[in-house]
Ligand binder design. Structure first.
Ligand code: NDP
Ligand code: GDR
Length: 339
């Protein structure tokens, strides 16, 4: 049985990747952070009592800022595959907490790579680094490919560039099977609620059922290449099944503005978006990434990967899920009012 370790298992991608690996028969280990409130919502449905037989999901306390814990864990587990998904992943927030973002995203990747060497598993392990289209930042070329130069525009993106090059460097220096997935934005009903797509689908569905009356947003003109998280975790796994490590763009090849995402969402709910969407400058970034559109042809050519879900279907998946959530929320509110 193959053994995988996922950092960031409690996040959007970590939860889908854990599902995928369990389906494939892996033993899956995840690093979680101690928190005063539960932070395992996205993986609770996968959790099994460790006292039972045939358990294949194991959670370990740890942190990308704690080298000793990482070395110990890698030494004990000796995993076949490591997926480094842990991050302070919010671009706007990285301007507020640049140092800790750099510590987790940049040095965190370094700590895992060094832990691989320290644990003596560099020859057998395969390593995936969650690189990001944010590294392209200021537009140099359209669409963006594996060869497009980086021009990061936030502390988050600068840290991701550092982690990207470390991954390449450890591949070249130590012959490590280390690959970068340069993933463009990918979304789902499990997306964090402060990222723009989920913020929009949560708000519009709450407006629909009468729980909210306005949605405040920043820059509506920014354009993103939005895909579906479930499609993208397939590609993470595929990259580590190749004989040779490499770097791949993972994208849909389409770009849409935030305004179009708003329009599509409100139209799906039969609402006039202009009545509800308001501007708040607090959601602007000191430096913005205006246009992202990826060229996934290398992933298709070499690995046969193609996204199944595109923009309109993605919006529908998210709206349907959030509408159900809003309806439950409304019923709970009404039940409380009757108490
Ligand atoms: P999320 O923000 O949903 O999840 C981030 C995960 O990282 C959570 O499990 C979080 O734990 C964990 N984490 C945060 N800080 C630490 C730390 N100090 N030590 C260990 N773990 C930590 O991100 P996504 O799932 O959306 O993204 C996964 C990865 O892919 C990230 O690295 C992100 O930067 C990158 N990426 C994402 C894209 C996207 O569109 N989603 C596109 C390109 C790259 P907790 O739950 O406790 O907060
Ligand atoms: P991004 O995602 O920064 O691309 O990073 P986000 O959804 O936060 O922003 C996308 C675009 O929407 C504009 N925007 C707003 N954004 C947020 N969050 N809230 C708002 O109210 C709002 N109004 C407009 C933003 O300015 C931006 O242009 C995501 C993260 O998952 C990263 O971790 C990942 O690396 C990249 O995608 C690829």
């Amino acid at each position: 049985m193959k053994r995988a370790l996922i950092t960031g298992i409690t996040g959007q991608d970590g939860s889908y990747l854990a599902e995928l690996l369990l389906e494939k028969g892996y033993e899956v280990h995840g690093i979680i952070r101690r928190s005063s409130t539960f932070n395992t919502d996205r993986i609770d449905h996968l959790y099994q009592d460790p006292h039972l037989n045939n358990v294949r999901l194991f959670l370990h306390y740890g942190d990308l800022c704690d080298s000793v814990a990482l070395v110990k864990l890698l030494y004990e587990l000796k995993p076949d595959e490591i997926y480094n998904l842990g991050a302070q992943s919010h671009v706007r927030v990285s301007f507020d907490v640049p140092e800790s973002t750099g510590d987790i995203v940049g040095l965190g990747a370094l700590r895992i790579l060094e832990a691989i060497r320290e644990a003596g598993i560099a020859e057998k392990v395969r390593f995936y680094q969650a690189s990001s289209s944010e590294m392209y930042g200021l537009v140099q070329e359209v669409p963006q490919t594996e060869k497009t130069p980086f021009w990061p525009r936030s502390p988050y993106a600068c840290a991701k560039v550092y982690a990207y090059w470390l991954t390449v460097n450890y591949r070249e220096s130590y012959n490590l099977h280390a690959s970068n997935g340069i993933l463009f934005n990918h979304e789902s009903p499990r997306r964090g609620e402060t990222f723009v797509t989920r913020k929009i689908t949560r708000a519009a569905t709450r407006i629909k059922v009468g729980l909210q009356d306005a949605l405040y947003l920043g820059n509506l003109d920014a354009r993103r290449d939005w895909g579906y998280a479930k499609d993208y975790v397939d590609m993470m796994w595929m990259m580590l099944q190749q004989d040779k490590p490499d770097d791949y763009v993972v994208a849909t090849g389409e770009t849409h503005s935030v305004r179009e995402f708003v329009q599509e969402t409100f139209a799906a709910l039969d609402l006039d978006w202009e009545k509800y969407v308001k501007y708040d400058q607090r959601y602007l970034r000191p430096a913005e990434v205006e246009l992202l559109i990826g060229d996934p042809s290398k992933a298709k050519r070499q690995l046969g990967w193609e996204p199944k879900v595109k923009f309109k279907e993605l919006v529908k998946i998210m709206v349907d899920a959030d509408l159900k959530l809003a309806q439950v929320e409304k019923r709970m509110k009404e039940a409380k009012a009757q108490d």
